[in-house]
Design a protein around this ligand. Structure first.
Ligand SMILES: *Cc1c(COP(=O)(O)O)cnc(C)c1O
Length: 482
């Protein structure tokens, strides 16, 4: 190809590729379409069902151009209106989702400006924002200044990062793996066992420590296990406490467990993915001892009401974290002279990554912390209110919750489990408010999990009406069967 042909070809290709970089009038039009869509979506939340059991179809990529408005219609039908509506305040199942608007704008700005958030040299601003978010979390949880941390995609990856540091610090490898013992609660989130498997610790010994009536670790029983294991020649390595379990919202006795862990030179990890931000509320006392952990995970996409995709991990031993994650390559030598800990890439498995710091930083800077605290306090009171209303209907309730998760069941005269399952099915079929179930202390129960920033008293009233209606159905079915 001669130069003239080359120039011609470039101008032809340029005409086509230019479509990827629209001009201002087109951009404005697109933004208006999206704004209109977002407004309609949010306005609809109060009337739309929280759950719709329906498969998504017609989403295949066909290589045919379609207008943004058509695609937004498609999105609404096939994505927004199928499954659980996690942006809805009527989502009271599992751990509810968030999606504060300022975070959505932050994601937009992060994507438009696209700074390289993994390496300090490449974006001092983006990495500093991320560092400031980590600093804020450190002060929230009374972690020392020299602890390290990073923002991850969520609790599962945070756990993976923390356990990897624990593994490397305690040199749990080769033939020692089978001699190391990990102490868990039955109520631990399954991402805990999953992380152990992923990082090559499938063969460690796992002890499930007995729990008390409030589903909390019994520290006495924990220490007995540890002593027994030591005298059997085993190596107690890691103990995991949860500050707000997924199933019941229980906060383990962190301070007591910290003492035991320290005495036996073990790594103490706290899973505060769901419950961590309640430390900002009147429940602060429950979190006593949290600062004694070696590592802690906390999910801003739960307790800070942010959209899915942002978790955080804090770890005290920076050299363990660097051991696992720090690596230099020739193609990165321009950045290598920078201080290691300024770059998120050195303390996380990720190199190139989403600039998630902005979606935490911007909402906190715009709103201040006070509305977040009010929202958390509101959730604590809403679960109380929900329980009072359920008791009025004759439901049995789990123990008074530490945080904003609780459970209930109906004491049917016969077939209690079967009928409570029917009740759950009726609630799912109705879908106006979404609840999920669990098995707690061998009993089938329906869970209440209140964490959406959009959940208000009116929604709890709506849930009660729905439950009343569904209960009536199950009761009358029973009569027909009999
Ligand atoms: C949600 C949750 C996790 C897992 O976090 P993801 O962000 O879903 O990966 C871990 N632990 C607890 C207690 C949780 O509630």
């Amino acid at each position: 190809m001669n130069t003239e042909d080359l120039i011609y070809k470039l101008s032809e290709l340029g005409k086509s590729s230019q479509q990827l970089d629209p001009q201002e009038p087109e951009r404005l039009e697109m933004i208006n379409d999206v704004t209109e869509y977002a407004n309609q979506f949010i306005a609809g939340l109060s009337t739309v069902k929280a759950f719709k059991e329906k498969e998504a179809t017609s989403l295949e990529i066909t290589n045919q151009k379609r207008s943004l408005t058509d695609l937004l219609d498609l999105y609404q039908k096939e994505v927004a209106e199928t499954g659980i509506n996690a942006a809805s305040g009527k989502h009271l199942g599992y751990i509810p989702g968030g999606g504060v608007f300022a975070a959505a704008l932050a994601d937009f700005i992060a994507a438009v400006t696209n700074p390289y958030a993994g390496v300090h040299y490449a974006s001092p601003g983006a990495t500093t924002i991320e560092k400031e978010v980590i600093n804020w979390l450190k002060s929230l949880l009374s972690f020392p200044d020299n602890a390290v941390g990073c923002l991850s995609s969520g609790g599962s990856i945070s756990t993976l990062i923390a356990f990897t540091a624990a593994r490397d610090k305690h040199q749990v490898k080769n033939e020692f793996i089978k001699k190391n013992v990990v102490y868990l609660s039955e109520q631990v989130h399954h991402s805990t066992q999953k992380a152990l498997r992923i990082i090559g610790l499938e063969d460690v010994i796992i002890r499930y420590v007995p729990l008390d009536a409030h589903h909390k670790i019994q520290t006495g029983a924990l220490e007995e296990w540890i002593k027994k294991d030591i005298s059997a020649g085993l190596q107690p390595f890691l103990v995991v406490a949860t500050a707000g379990t997924t199933d019941t919202g229980a906060v383990d006795p962190l301070d007591e467990i910290a003492t035991v862990a320290k005495k036996h030179k073990m790594w103490f990890h706290i899973d505060a993915a769901y419950g961590g931000f309640f430390i900002l509320t009147s429940k602060r006392e429950l979190f006593k001892g949290i600062e004694k952990a070696d590592s802690i995970i906390i999910d801003p996409h739960k307790g800070l009401f942010l959209p899915y995709g942002v978790g955080a991990v804090l770890i005290k031993d920076s050299s363990a974290v660097l051991h696992s994650n720090y690596y230099t390559a020739n193609y990165m030598q321009d950045g290598a002279s920078e201080e290691m800990l300024k770059s998120p890439a050195n303390v996380s498995p990720e190199l190139t990554k989403h600039f998630r710091g902005l979606r935490v930083w911007l909402p906190l800077q715009m709103h201040g912390i006070e509305p977040f605290i009010a929202c958390l306090e509101e959730k604590l009171l809403l679960v109380k209110y929900f329980r009072i209303r359920l008791a009025e209907l004759g439901f049995c309730l789990g123990p008074a919750p530490d945080l904003s998760v609780s459970y209930f069941w109906y004491p049917f005269k016969s077939d209690v489990e079967k009928k409570n399952r029917q009740l759950m099915d009726e609630i799912h079929a109705d879908g106006s408010v979404f609840l999920s179930s669990s098995i707690i202390s061998e009993r089938f129960v329906i869970r209440i999990a209140i964490l959406s920033f959009r959940t208000k008293r009116e929604i709890i009233d709506e849930a009660i009406e729905m439950i009343k209606h569904c209960l009536k159905k199950v009761k009358s079915n029973g009569r027909i069967e009999n």
